[in-house]
Every structure is written in C-alpha cells, then in structure tokens.
Design a protein around this ligand. Structure first.
Ligand code: KG4
Ligand code: ZN
Length: 408
C-alpha cells in the first residue's frame, strides 16, 4: 500500500510518499518521494519561530512540496480540463476557511492535478504549534475530500521514534519479530525532552519529562545570549567542539573566566524528570558577572563564548545521559532510541555510547541518520502505515483537530 504523509508541526513543511509491503513479520518500505521546505532562514532573522509566521509559510509552500514529491514518486500528472464538483469544492472551501492563502493557491493548482495512486494520508496532529499543525491537517482534509482517501492522524513524537529505521538508500525493512523490547526512547527536541518506555510496538509510557524548558530550547536560548543565530543547537555544538579540541594546548591561567562551572540540574533526583531553565538562567547570570569585569567581554573574546558553550553542552548532555543510563538499568532496556532535533548532537551521541560501554550494558543504541534527526514527513509516513494497520483511520475527518500538547 502507498501512504502520503504531511508534517507541519513547527518550521518544516514536509511531505513524503512511501510504499509498504508486508511479508510475514517483515514490512518492506520503499521511499517513493520525500522532501521538505525549511523555514529556518526566515526564522533566523527573528531569532526564533513565531507560530503565525510559520503558518503563513506552510500555506505558501505546501502545494509546491506536494508537486515535487508527486513528481519524484512518478505520480504527478496534469489534467487539462478538471471536472467541476461543486459539492466537494464547497466542502473544501469550508475546510480551508482559516487558511485563506492556501485556499487561493488550492483553487488555482489542485483541480489540475490528477488523483495519485495513494491508499491513505497520514498527517501530524500534534504536538506542535497549533496554527502550523492546522495547515497540514486542513490540507490533508482537503485532499482526503477531493480524492476520497482516508486520513490517519499521527503523533509527531511517535514519528521521531520511528525515524531511526530508514538508513542509506531508498528501502528499509522493519521486522516485527525483532527481539528489541523492552525499549526506551530519549526524545530531545526544541519542544520536548522525554524518556519513553516502550514495552511493545506502539505501547508507550512516559517515565520522565522536562519540568520547564526542553533541551533544544535551552540550546537555542543560550545561543541567543551568546549572540549566535537560530537554531542555536548546532552553533553551540560547533563552539564547544573547538573548545574541547584546543583545551589540551592551552596553558593554565588564573583569570576568573577560566573556571566556568554551570549546574547539572536534577542530575541526582530520584525521578526521570529534567529541568533546563535553571541551567539557562545560570548562563545568564554568568554573562552578567563577566560583563562586570569587562562590559565587552563577549564581543572581544570569542574564547569566552567557546568556554561557555562547552560548559553548557557538557552540563546539558551529562544530565540527559545520566538519566537515560539510570532508566536503562532500572528497566533492563535492550534497545535505546534517541530521536528529535538534539539527537543530531555528536557529543550527545559520543557520550551515550561511551556510558553504555563504561557501564557494561548490552543495550543497542540507535540514532536517526543525520537527515532524519529533525522534523520530516518520512517518519510520519512510517507511523501512518502502522496506525493504518492498527485500524486507526479517522472515522470522521471533521473531528480531526490540532493538539498542541498531544502526549504519547
Ligand atoms: O525535532 P526538531 O527539528 O523540531 C522540534 O520538534 O522541536 O528539533 C529542533 C531543535 C532546536 O532546538 C535545535 O537547536 C536543536 O533541535 N538541535 C540541536 C542540534 N541540532 C539541532 N541541539 C543540539 N545540538 C545539535 N547539533
Ligand atoms: Zn520534532
């Protein structure tokens, strides 16, 4: 069967088409088309993602991404004279009532695109920014109405868990008989920091989460304090890597800023919760104190930025790793999946692998391939397929709603 997936929960407008074929316990997947349009360049100018701006960008780009992906999947065919179906068009106009810009483009373009050979539409319904989510949902509803294809609502975080399966190339297999349970997932993104226990396929239990800021959010905010562009995670990570590299070559010094130490919030707490807001505030106070010594300290000395970035990354990753290792031991975890934007952090990958070895754990660790650490529609398509198989098709598409705080 073929699934078309739509993802617009934050700042990527993403669409993918996959083909899934079940042979015994194995499902073979073929990626027929997969593309996205990133809004990062726009949001960088404003230092972060503004929901209404993200919504507008999704509206502008979603049809052209669909055209690209249909073309890649060899499903793009134009119709010269579309058959007008007033009843359907009235329904679609109503569906797109709050996405006016998309509605205008829809009327211009969609009637000239031939119905592709798709069996189901998977769409992210949450968690995420509600105005952004609504664009994907409304678009999915409009296609479902127009082409008579069912919709499968998908949880974005479940998508991040399944993002580890596609590797290199256009095909991959998921074997439901694999002895991979009990499994644990550390989901770390701009909006979430969660530890999820997975006892069996699609059976989730959240055992811990952040009580305030998400890990990615803390990276972004600290980057901003250091005058680095959005998204801050990769920027902090680059500076921290330079600092780790040059440190052994430096002579010791007694400058006050040579000994920068930040807290590791909740590292020894008995639960599996996280907190990153205190760490972020500690950086704020540190910068304030350093500016008392020299008001231009950040501007003049790049080395200070490097030091702060490194200590911040060390602190954040120590906490994430400590809690994850503790959970692996307590729940006797066989497989660890790390997903979400922050899973691209190479230092996090290194330290988790090191700690697994150091603790003599047999747990197998999986990170997504670089292209799939961030938001994408391929992961939504995979979940969409399994949810379709679990008969999670929406009975009434009018009832599908954006759920900003949807939980696993
Ligand atoms: O999953 P994602 O693409 O979007 C959300 O659903 O939030 O995650 C984006 C987050 C941003 O906060 C970004 O700064 C962070 O992931 N990020 C990183 C790295 N690459 C992206 N954080 C730390 N190190 C990285 N290399
Ligand atoms: Zn995400």
């Amino acid at each position: 069967m073929k699934i078309l997936a739509i993802e617009t929960s934050c700042d990527e407008t993403a669409i993918a088409i996959i083909e899934a074929q079940k042979v015994g316990a194995k499902t073979k997947f073929k990626i027929l088309g997969n593309d996205l349009s990133s809004q990062i360049a726009l949001h960088t100018q404003y230092g972060g993602v503004f929901p209404m701006m993200a919504k507008r960008e999704h509206e502008k780009n979603i049809i052209s991404i669909l055209e690209k992906v249909l073309t890649e999947a060899k499903m793009f065919k134009k119709i010269k004279t579309p058959i007008s179906d007033i009843k359907k068009q009235t329904k679609i106009n109503k569906i797109l009532d709050r996405e006016n810009e998309l509605k205008i483009l829809w009327r211009e373009i969609m009637p000239f695109i031939k119905k592709p050979n798709i069996d189901a539409i998977a769409v992210t319904t949450g968690p995420g920014l509600e105005p952004a989510l609504w664009v994907g949902i409304s678009f999915a509803k409009s296609l479902s109405t127009y082409w008579d294809i069912p919709i499968v609502p998908v949880n974005h975080m479940e998508g991040h868990i399944f993002s580890i399966f596609p590797k290199k190339g256009n095909t991959f297999t998921i074997d439901s008989n694999q002895k991979i349970f009990p499994m644990m997932s550390l989901l770390v993104s701009g909006g979430h920091t969660e530890l999820i226990q997975i006892k069996d396929w699609m059976k989730y239990k959240k055992i811990g989460q952040t009580r305030d800021d998400a890990a990615g959010e803390a990276f972004d905010k600290v980057a901003r304090m250091l005058g680095l562009p959005y998204p801050g995670g990769p920027e902090i990570s680059k500076l921290a890597a330079i600092e780790r590299f040059v440190e052994p070559f430096k002579s010791s010094s007694s400058h006050p800023y040579e000994s920068i130490i930040l807290p590791r919030p909740m590292i020894h707490s008995k639960d599996y919760d996280f907190s990153f807001s205190g760490l972020k505030t500690a950086v704020l106070y540190l910068i304030r104190d350093l500016r008392k010594i020299n008001p231009d300290i950040l501007e003049e000395k790049n080395i200070i930025k490097q030091k702060i970035a490194r200590e911040f990354e060390d602190a954040a990753i120590e906490v994430l790793t400590a809690k994850t290792i503790k959970a692996i031991k307590e729940y006797e975890i066989k497989t660890l999946i790390v997903g979400g934007g922050v899973s691209a952090n190479s230092y996090l990958q290194k330290i988790i692998n090191e700690k697994i070895k150091e603790n003599k754990l047999k747990t197998r660790v999986h990170f997504p391939s670089k292209k799939l650490t961030g938001d994408n529609a391929l992961m939504i398509a995979i979940v969409g397929y399994f949810q379709y198989k679990n008969k999670k098709i929406a009975k009434n598409i009018n009832a599908i709603k954006a759920q900003g705080n949807l939980s696993l």
